[in-house]
Design a protein around this ligand. Sequence first.
Ligand code: ZN
Length: 315
Amino acid sequence: MIKRFLLLTLVAFGCTSNQGDSLQAWMKDSKRVKALSTIPMINDLVRGVGKEHVECLSLIHGEIDPHSYELVKGDAEKFERADVVFANGLGLEHGPSLCTHLKEHSKCVTLGDHLYRQCREELLVIDGVVDPHVWMDIALWIRLVDPIVWTLSDLDPENKDAYAANGRDLKAQLKEVHAKVYEQMQTVPANQRFLVTSHDAFNYFARRYLATADELGSHSWKRRVAAPEGLSPDGQLTSRDIQEISAHLQRYRVPVVFSESNVNQAALLKVMDVCKKRGHVVRISDESLYGDAMGESYVQMMQHNAKLITEGLTK
Ligand SMILES: [Zn+2]
């Protein structure tokens, strides 16, 4: 089922997901716009808008942590070749060498700035820091399609009608996925909709898809999500963090913790161990969620997460 969906998605986006092929095409001279995105979730949006008119490449791919990413051999050339660079901003890309290249590129579009201008009140601040994981809320992520359309149209006015049409199609497709994910999450009874993951990447997901209407008004939806590791998985983990998450699991009788594909499971295993000592047995999910890594496509990522969470919480 997933394989069939992937094929459809790749056809819809008109682009291969093979990073090797993309890179080879990218390095060749071409008249088409070359768009470099920092993370694959942004790259997927750019592909959806640009289709055959834009050569797309994600700087970070696979299971690499975007928070602390530092440039590797060959990356500087990608920046040199890029007509435009799309970044998340909001503190996500905080590796010093990446920050420098983003600042110095002549055409860097920080999509988080657009959200900040358009809907600042929807951005989450966790412990005084803006949470950069906005892709976890599809309704919020859709808002980035327009600035991508505008940017590509400025760079390549000849194809502006195609970018506008592709943008409309992409927004319609994502709205549909958003509605389905919401519907699916509502099949989990409210008293079971508690998500515990490796790092703090799912706040936007919890607010949009797990919270009840009453909780949104009072901010009490925050109890719907917890993680031993903070907004960035490269931070220091303390025994207090482990104790707090274990207490949270016990308080809300949460039966499962969800690993993430690109984060070490050590913290979750410690949490499970503490829970067991407290007399509350917790299992780990059969498969991992996509938190900061995307897998094959953004849509597939969100559908995979919704399915896994639904099944895990209702088992
Ligand atoms: Zn993260």
